[in-house]
Design a protein around this ligand. Sequence first.
Ligand code: GAF
Length: 440
Amino acid sequence: NSARWLAPGDPESISVALATRFSQVYNYDPEGVWFAPGRANLNGEHIDFHGGRCLPMALRHGTYVAAAPRTDGVLRLRTLDPSLDTGIVEIHDAASSPVPPEVPSWTTYVSGVLWAMAELKDEHPELQLRGGTGADVLIRSTLPIGGGLSSSASLECAAALAFVAMGTPLGAENHGDDLTRALTDSLRAVLAQVCIRAEVEVVGAGTGGLDQTTSLRAAEGKLVSLDCRDFTVKRTDISFLLRDYRFLAVDTGQPHQLADGRFSARRAESEAAAAVLGVDRLRDALPEKPKKADVELKLEEFDSALEAGADLGEVDAGGCRRRLKHALTEMLRSEKIHKILNGDAHGVDNTADLVGDLMSAGHTSMKECAEVSFTLADQVVDAVVQAGASGARLIGGGFGGSVLVLVPRSRMEDITTAASRLSPDVRFLEVVPSPAARAV
Ligand code: GAF
């Protein structure tokens, strides 16, 4: 078939080629090359900022940065992505002014990280960049930009890793395996918080931390069970499922923009619902292990509160209730999938069917309740399920981006053929649960 695949490429070759390009662009050799993966999320969309449980995995695709520290406080950045490349962008004193006028918006994902690291100077001296607040950086991504697979967070995380590796005292000799050993899970959790601050406070996108945590703390062959109340992580082996099934990401070719306001508007509506229920985040409205009856009870409580005159301010009551329903049922689906993968199902096929059904139910909720889906995503979900997929759903922030599909191996060709027919822009990425950010 004529399906178009986006290959992750070979990390070693990409690293060598990027280091060579760095030498051509900046006229000296980089100190190293670092990689941070994108992510797919099996369930748990639009609930990370409500303390919900998400079930992501890291991809083989991601962002590579070649970098070297500078001692003059200048941050020079260049991306090799043809759609974004405008040559070298120079930012002076990025640590205190990460968004100077007229810099391309993608640069703030890197300058924001430098700023957030400098903010933590006293608390985390081990996270500081050697030589202060400057670096030369060259970027190459193997993800579709704005494809809902965490292209932005993977840029932040790759930059954060580079800055830490080039700093003290984790330091200069800490490359490759040494760096991987030196970066404990708790240090990675701190780095994720650095990247989250960069995105929220500098880029201005209301991320909840799912993407950065996955990129920095995922593990090969594992699905991450991420509790966003405190960012604790458990890792579940899903290799048994991947013997006969594959995860596939269908990039619709319609990019999204988290910073464009629609994502924040949805988030604000769900926060208004939380306020009506008297909680800061919706996870606190449900018991530790939620059941369907708990969700129904909270929806009734919301309706009663509105009837009794609860004030939603500017927020539309119908939209607010739909956001609430999405968040609560999404939390319930996370709980169910978690249980299935931890041994409640009988046999691989049964697991795939149960998980697949919950994925498709998740999509319906993204469409009807979160209202973040779009026509092509809905068409992809329908077409791949028709062609034999166990289940499929839109992932990420929505309003563009990718659909995650659970595919019985024998149906891969039928499924990619069916999705390819929908648009010439559709591309496929094999989703293999992969290691977290690292030096390459
Ligand atoms: C985007 C955000 F950055 C994440 O934090 C998360 O909210 C996701 O959308 C939706 O689940 O990727």
